[in-house]
Design a protein around this ligand. Structure first.
Ligand code: SF4
Ligand code: SF4
Length: 106
């Protein structure tokens, strides 16, 4: 089934959903989180081995008893994305992958 999308004035427009964030290049700056209206991603703390310690905030002082190595953004609610593309515009590391609605397979 082909779905047609349009802006309010009828101009054709296609959502571009976020499908991945590269954990190796993300610097956890939080910019994508700040512009997203859909609660699609959150910051998580990782230890030295890259294991997820838990959800954190930008200003969080919790260092997980000294285990915190770095913070990265993770897609933990990807299904809520409306494909607005705002997060792609603000990412300074170009570490997000976006896919057109017509090309999403699942
Ligand atoms: S494309 Fe829009 S809705 Fe989807 S994660 Fe990025 S900012 Fe949020
Ligand atoms: S804007 Fe880019 S670098 Fe910053 S937290 Fe989001 S994905 Fe990571």
């Amino acid at each position: 089934m082909t779905t047609c999308y349009a802006t309010r004035d009828g101009t054709p427009w296609e959502p571009v959903y976020i499908t991945a964030i590269n954990p190796d290049t993300c610097i956890g700056c939080g910019r994508c989180f700040k512009v997203c209206s859909r609660d699609v991603m959150h910051l998580y703390g990782l230890n030295e081995d890259g294991e997820v310690l838990g959800k954190v905030t930008l200003d969080d002082d919790d260092d997980f008893d000294g285990d915190l190595n770095r913070k990265i953004m993770m897609l933990d609610n990807a299904g809520a994305c409306i494909g607005c593309g705002a997060c792609a515009r603000v990412c300074p590391k170009n570490c997000q992958t976006h896919v057109k609605a017509s090309e999403i397979t699942a």
